[in-house]
Design a protein around this ligand. Structure first.
Ligand code: AMP
Length: 416
């Protein structure tokens, strides 16, 4: 027997229905914000992610699925959504005539070679969105609001937006220098990864999973103390906009996010004060890093699988349909022919319809009606069919009626 790969899972049954529901909610919400749908390829040139996400990130160093294809190209399976979307933006020169921002959302599988555990898989889905072309806090606020409203609409009311600002390049550089000075005497007490981060990007020590909670990290200098006046004013403006929008946020000065490309606002969505359900921020340098001109960008990615887990764990009632509308029962060959016509007619008229395809006895067909939780059943009978009649029974009230076969659709429309 061949089994599924570690860190992957099959999507079927109720989970498939729940995901379809979540997709619908998120797509409808994105439409309200005027974001268009995008899908980028599952595989891209490795260089895209190595350059876009950052060579020194854990994601690129340890987690990407890299391989050579048969044409000896270096290929990487998409570990996150932003780099591919930026590649699309640059490749299609969408920066050419930017009178309005370019806004897109995606719902895509991602691949990271991580140690699988609850809520952490090797193949997983992220729903996310990106907005290019505006450097105004108004677009920061729009992105936070879209993320926030998505969780709220899905019934996760207890979420908090943890937010921080890394400031502009000058502020970030000053902060980086301060961190290096602070960590230098403590570096041997941190994990080997953090010792490596110290040289490459000391900001990332702050969100090390291994050293989380370590006093050395908790007492480190805070980004907000290193913001220059402009960056500080910008962050204050954003916070007052979030207040206006009634968004529940908390400043988290240790939040820096793992990727190289963030500046100014970074944020994460946390449930019940623990679980990270998504994250995002502003990345003004990324389009340039990936070969385009200097175009500002801001975006967010939701851990889709984790969000559904959180909905289940928090008792959110996810509306899934666990019944069908009609089951058509028959015995004789002529009844069977009529059944084939009827199910076709009913399905085309929008009713979820089932019939027997396994030559079951009538008794066994009645059992199927119950298992499928069918609202109605139609019991075909040659005698009735001679006068173009069929017997329909409401499974809830147990009421039975003999109606004209051509009146069936009208009958169901009226009764359902
Ligand atoms: P990131 O792209 O790492 O900022 O992740 C954004 C969100 O995606 C996280 O907050 C998680 O909810 C989710 N996520 C990240 N990695 C995984 C994974 N391996 N499995 C499932 N969800 C993940």
């Amino acid at each position: 027997m061949i089994t599924k790969q570690k860190g992957t899972y099959d999507i079927y049954g109720d989970l498939a229905k729940k995901r379809a529901y979540v997709n619908d909610v998120l797509a409808a919400l994105c439409e309200k914000y005027n974001y268009g749908y995008i899908e980028t390829p599952v595989f891209e040139a490795s260089e895209l992610f190595h350059r876009g996400v950052g060579e020194s990130t854990d994601m690129v160093k340890k987690e990407t699925y890299d391989f050579q294809d048969r044409g000896e190209r270096s290929i990487t399976l998409r570990p996150e959504g932003t780099a591919g979307v930026v590649r699309w933006f640059v490749e299609n020169k969408l920066y050419g005539n930017m009178t309005d921002p370019v806004k897109v959302f995606y719902n895509m599988k991602m691949y990271r070679y991580e140690r699988p555990q609850s809520g952490r898989n090797r193949e997983f889905t992220q729903w996310g969105f990106e907005c290019f072309g505006s450097d105004d806090v108004m677009s920061d606020a729009e992105v936070v609001s879209l993320a926030y409203n998505a969780y709220r609409l899905l019934g996760l009311d207890d979420i908090t937006i943890k937010i921080n600002s890394l400031g502009d390049t000058e502020s970030r550089d000053n902060y980086r220098a301060a961190l290096k000075e602070y960590f230098a005497p403590h570096i041997k007490d941190l994990c080997p990864d953090c010792q490596d981060r110290f040289e490459r990007n000391p900001l990332r020590i702050l969100d090390c999973k291994f050293d989380a909670g370590n006093e050395i990290i908790t007492n480190a200098p805070k980004t907000l103390d290193y913001l220059n006046a402009e960056s500080k004013e910008r962050f204050d403006k954003l916070l007052s906009m979030l207040d206006m929008m009634d968004i529940n946020y908390e400043i988290d000065t240790n939040l820096v996010r793992g990727l190289d490309y963030y500046n100014h606002m970074v944020f994460e969505v946390v449930l019940n004060d623990s679980y990270a359900l998504g994250g995002g921020g502003r990345y003004n340098g990324l389009v340039e890093t990936l070969g385009g001109p200097s175009v500002p960008g801001v975006g967010f990615a939701m851990g889709y699988d984790r969000t559904i887990l959180a909905m289940e764990e928090n008792g959110v009632n996810i509306p899934i349909n666990d019944s069908i509308d009609v089951y058509v029962l028959y015995v004789s060959d002529t009844e069977k022919e009529t059944a084939s016509y009827l199910v076709q007619d009913l399905r085309l008229n929008g009713f979820i319809t089932e019939t027997d395809t396994m030559n079951k006895s009538l008794k066994a067909q009645f059992k199927s009606v119950d298992r499928y939780n069918s609202k109605y059943m139609i019991i075909l009978n040659d005698e009735d069919l001679k006068s173009n009649k069929i017997k329909i029974k409401d499974n809830k009230t147990k009421e039975e009626e003999l109606i004209g076969i051509n009146d069936l659709v009208d009958y169901l429309d009226m009764h359902m």
